[in-house]
Structures are given as C-alpha cells and as structure tokens.
Design a protein around this ligand. Structure first.
Ligand code: NCD
Ligand code: ZN
Length: 357
C-alpha cells in the first residue's frame, strides 16, 4: 500500500442545491462527498431555486451552510437582470459573482449588455467574476476582462476553440483564468452516446479533438481542475426531461491521479503530482483569494480500485465513471488538525466546516 499526502483540495465549482433542490444534495451530503474526494473547501454555485441573487436568499443559504457543513464552504452570488441593484449588498457574503451566458440547468441567465455592464461596474474590484461561457461567449468574456481591466474566470472550458482563444488572451497579458472538469478530460461524445442521460451535462461532452486540446493545455493554459459536481437523482435523469449535470466531487482526484500515474487506464502520464497540486489547490486558492486552511491535508492510497456507485456520499448515488479502474482512494482527511474523514466515514460534526467569507 502506497500512501501519499496532499494538501486539502479546493473545488471552485460545486452545486449544493440549497435552497430548493435538497433531495438532490444538501450541505451535509455535499460536504461529506467533498471530504470523500479529498476536498476540504468548496465554492457553491448560485443556480438554486430560488437562486442566490438576493441578500435574503444568500443569507439563509449561508445560515444553512454554517449549520450543516463538514468542510469549508463559500457561496457564489448569481447575476440576473432583475436583481442587479443587489450586487453591492451581495458581495460581502459571496466569494465571487457567477454570470451564466449560456444555457444550462435552471433559469439563471444574463443575455443583455446593460446587465453585463452593471456587473462589471458594480461588483467590487477585489472580487472575482466567473462565467459560464461557451464558444463565442468566451470572446465576450475576454472582451469584458479587457474593457474593464479586471479578472474573469471561465468555468468548465470544454472545446479546442475555447481553450485556444483563452491561450491567445493570456499571451496578450489579459487577466483571464479557466477551469476544466475531469469529465471533459476523460469522456467524449462516444461516451455521451453510451451513457445516455447519465452522460448529459453542460457544456456537452466534446469530440476526441476537443478532449485532446484540453490535455495539450493541461500544463499551461488550464488554471484549475473543478468538479462541476451537479447532482440529479437517477429518477430525474431517467425522466422524459432529464436535467443536465453529473456528480464529480468523489471521483475527480482519483481520475487526475490516474493521469499522473499513467496507469491503469491511461497510456502515459499527462501531468506531474506537483502540477496536480497547483490545479486542485494552489491556483484555486490564489485565483479566488481564499483563506489558508492550516494543518489541512489528505492521505491517499495509490492502489488501483474500481469506482462504484454504492460507495458515494452524494445523495444522487451515481457517477458516469462507475466501473472505471483508477488510482487513488482517499483514506484520511485532516481539517485544521482534526481527522474529519477516515475510510469512508465522516469523523466530525455537522457545522464543523467554516463559512467563507
Ligand atoms: C449544472 C447543474 O445541474 O446545476 N449542470 C451541468 O450540466 N453542468 C449547471 C452548470 O454548471 O452549468
Ligand atoms: Zn456547474
């Protein structure tokens, strides 16, 4: 048994479904799943029901997070045309602002220039703006970063044209960063056909050439690995109108460690362990300006194992990676010196996670 020690990982893109979708995930189940995946800090997305676009909804989600969470949690505020006037009031209680330019789960969307201008003018300069932007929307985001001379972070970049455009922007010195998900690195359109609704998410799985492009940029343009943990129940996924999204908190580290190891399922190593730590810990912390977690680390067993649905802590209870052989099972998680997770079991009380900010 080979055990390696890594810093507690940070996931900057998690859907926790509070309020309104607690049957899919809540702060207790979502933060338990995070610990199971070696993640000690998660940033929750605002496309809840109702969304985190008003101070009242954001505050009550924060109260629930403080009561229930096993790891540290920050929340995004959501941008919407109806509630732009709330942006200054939301900012002190949010880690960043999320703007949805393209279609996905839930109605939260910004499709007009006045709202975009209001976001870039009124969201505090020292807090990040993150965008769901696909295809030419990435160019819109880069244009806004240049126009207002402030950082923009692109969520779940999935296509060759997008990662190459971001590489161009970075080469010109523009303040843009991006994240990539393990499902866009490990699955493609053929898997989407095989998996049916369980392989449906936004952005859609790419072509083999899109996937190749993401790996080509893994040691350069890509700043973070983010899970985009987007749990939906199996009943919802098998319904007539399946919602897009797949779970990711409990499989992301193992998949990325498999890419470090170059076995058992990858022909060759794609990145170093140091680079994995940058992508899953140091860069997320720096880009989102997140607090340090002292004495926080994870112990991971590098023996190969098979991903199984019945070992998940997430309420959704399934993953598109079930049956896949990977390296790296989280054995123990230490948060601020305490062992909070050991061999599948949560060892700490609800509410022991801290709220950020
Ligand atoms: C996400 C969800 O279910 O909230 N779905 C998805 O397919 N990724 C929304 C999102 O991140 O776009
Ligand atoms: Zn998402």
């Amino acid at each position: 048994m080979t055990i390696i020690t890594l810093p507690g990982l940070i996931d900057v893109h998690t859907h926790l479904r509070v309020p309104g979708g607690e049957h899919k995930e809540d702060f207790a189940s979502g933060t338990a799943a995070a610990l199971g995946g070696g993640i000690t800090m998660i940033l929750g997305m605002p496309n809840t029901s109702p969304p985190l676009t008003t101070p009242t909804v954001l505050q009550s989600a924060r109260t629930q997070a403080a009561a229930d969470s096993f790891c540290d949690v920050g929340l995004f505020a959501g941008a919407s045309p109806e509630h732009v006037e709330y942006l200054p009031a939301l900012a002190p209680n949010a880690v960043a602002l999320k703007i949805y330019l393209n279609d996905t789960f839930g109605p939260l969307r910004v499709e007009d220039v006045p709202t975009l201008r209001a976001c870039f003018q009124n969201w505090p300069q020292d807090k990040l703006i993150a965008m769901h932007a696909e295809k030419q929307s990435v160019a819109v985001g880069i244009g806004l970063a240049a126009t207002y001379n402030r950082p923009v972070h692109f969520c779940h970049i999935s296509r060759r044209e997008e990662i190459e455009l971001i590489a161009d922007a970075k080469m010109r010195g523009l303040p843009v960063t991006c994240e990539v998900t393990p499902h866009h690195l490990f699955l493609n359109q053929a898997d989407a056909a095989r998996l049916g609704p369980l392989g449906d998410m936004r952005p859609l799985l790419g072509t083999p050439d899109d996937v190749a492009a993401l790996w080509e940029h893994i040691n350069s343009t890509v700043d973070c690995i983010a899970t985009d943990h987007a749990p939906h129940t199996l009943a919802e996924k098998h319904s007539a109108t399946p919602p897009p999204g797949v779970a990711g908190l409990e499989t992301s580290l193992a998949l990325m460690l498999t890419a470090v190891n170059g076995r058992p399922t990858m022909p060759q190593a794609k990145l170093s362990l140091d680079r994995l730590i940058e992508l899953m810990h140091s860069n997320p912390r720096r880009i989102f300006n997140l607090p340090e977690q002292p004495d926080t680390y994870i112990e991971v067993d590098m023996q190969p194992y098979t991903i199984q649905n019945d070992q998940l802590h997430s309420k959704c209870g399934w993953t598109p990676f079930a049956g896949m052989q990977v390296n790296g099972r989280v054995q123990r998680v230490y948060l601020r010196g305490d062992c909070v997770y050991e061999q599948g079991k949560i060892m700490t009380a609800r509410g022991s996670g801290q709220l950020i900010p």
